[in-house]
Design a protein around this ligand. Structure first.
Ligand code: ASP
Length: 438
């Protein structure tokens, strides 16, 4: 007489609800304890995805000999009750406002697609960052839930108004959690839009989402909150890892920073100036001249005219027809030229015609460092003689944000040119540095 075959444990495991705490003992004796996660598209057959207590996600194969045990849910002692947006925090001290806009720093893996997507609520953010209020109160204000490749110039204006509102509601400093892809653009734009800042505005991102054990989000966010709460700064900065150590964070001027690496934690670098300072294990060190906080409340100085300006990268083979078509109907364009700020001579006729129509044309360089100079080669001389503005050591992305702001201030090309050439938030320095001598 045969015995009944043992029930297949997979038939039990595959019906467990998401978030159920379980213990799984494989036939070789290995024990896994964690919470059930939903499967994603790439999950293999008979594989249960578990979030271990360490934070790692593993896929465990449920073989016929695997033993299963459902466990009671555990309270999470380190998770405080969520502080809804705008409510008073039980912790005392200077308030930091945390504006969330999406990006990896406020995203989780979407198990339906296997991709990362932003979360939407203050409670979800606190769930990711339970220690956020360890040093003092943080008021979370969800503003957007976008990956930063989807952020628009209109969003820059909206974020600027939220910054003003946060200071008006008593914040000592403001942190903006933002995707890293276009964080440099937003930081530059905020530098042009916001005036009279009474405290720091710190943009911060992460290269790995906070539901991954390797996330750089918690360290970056804690450092950004620390800087926003304590630094004597009245300007817009970007804070990210200074190196791979998890202990040292660089503070970059918002108009001088670029994402230089697609994956490294220390992807952000100041361009053409050193970082303003560092945050190392809770200590602030400012290493250069910074804009001090202003007494009173800040304001948004005008708006932008996003439809009136563009940024155009000049490359070998770009035809003048294509370039001219890209600039049709605009009041201004920033060219990212080669080397010292050059354009192929084939572009001279359309640039001259555009200038004659009153379009403002600014020149920056594609080089990762250095300034433009029209007086070295004949191509530069012809462009400057035609009326192209050489924008010194400004980054193309900062020059583009500044152009939209200048176009939003005035319809007079002379006034737009004047604004483009005047330093506003440390984005432009006309003085040649000793190391720039030939
Ligand atoms: N694509 C993402 C974003 O910029 C990357 C990140 O957040 O780091 O939103």
């Amino acid at each position: 007489m045969g015995t009944d075959p043992a029930p297949d444990p997979w038939e039990v495991a595959r019906h467990w609800p998401v978030e159920q705490r379980v213990e799984i003992t494989a036939s070789d004796g290995t024990v896994w304890t964690g919470r059930v996660m939903p499967p994603h598209r790439l999950t293999g057959e008979r594989v249960l995805v578990l979030k271990l207590d360490s934070g790692y996600n593993v896929g465990v194969r449920i073989e016929p000999g695997t033993r299963l045990r459902a466990l009671p849910a555990e309270p999470r002692p380190d998770r405080p009750a969520p502080v809804p947006s705008g409510s008073a925090s039980p912790i005392s001290g200077p308030i930091v406002a945390l504006l969330t806009t999406g990006g990896t720093i406020a995203s989780r893996v979407d198990y339906a697609t296997g991709g990362v997507r932003p979360v939407r609520t203050a409670a979800e953010i606190l769930g990711f960052y339970p220690k956020l209020e360890r040093e003092g109160p943080v008021r979370i204000v969800p503003v957007l839930d976008r990956l930063s490749e989807n952020i628009t110039p209109e969003d820059w204006v909206r974020i600027a108004h939220e910054v003003v509102r946060a200071f008006g509601e008593g914040a000592r400093g403001v942190v903006i959690a933002h995707g890293t892809d276009t964080m440099g653009y937003t930081a530059a734009a905020l530098g042009f839009l916001l005036v009279d800042l009474p405290g720091p505005v710190v943009l911060v991102g992460a290269q790995r989402s906070p539901d991954r054990p390797s996330s750089d989000g918690p360290e970056n966010l804690a450092a950004a909150v620390g800087v926003a709460r304590t630094a004597p700064l009245g300007e817009v900065v970007v804070l990210m890892h200074a190196d791979l150590s998890d202990h040292r964070f660089a503070i970059h001027r918002g108009s001088r920073v670029r994402k230089m690496h697609s994956t490294r934690r220390d992807a952000f670098r100041s361009r053409n100036i050193p970082p303003l300072g560092y945050w190392t294990e809770g200590q602030l060190e400012l290493t250069g001249p910074v804009r001090p906080p202003r007494p009173g409340l800040p304001r948004v100085d005008g708006g932008l005219d996003p439809g009136a300006g563009a940024l155009l990268w000049l490359y070998p083979g770009l035809t003048p027809e294509r370039a001219a078509a890209a600039c049709e109907g605009l009041r201004g364009v920033i060219l990212a030229g080669t080397g010292l700020g050059h354009a192929s001579e084939v572009h001279l006729p359309w640039i001259r015609a555009a200038l004659a129509r009153g379009m403002v044309v600014g020149m920056t360089t594609q080089c990762l460092e250095g300034r433009v100079d029209p007086y070295v080669y004949s191509t530069g001389r012809e462009l400057v003689d035609a009326g192209v503005l050489y924008l010194e050591d400004m980054l193309p992305e900062a020059a583009y944000a500044k152009l939209l702001w200048a176009l939003g201030q005035s319809r007079d090309p002379a006034e737009v040119r004047r604004r483009l050439l005047a330093d506003r938030c440390g984005e432009l320095d006309g003085r040649r540095r000793p190391e720039e001598s030939p």
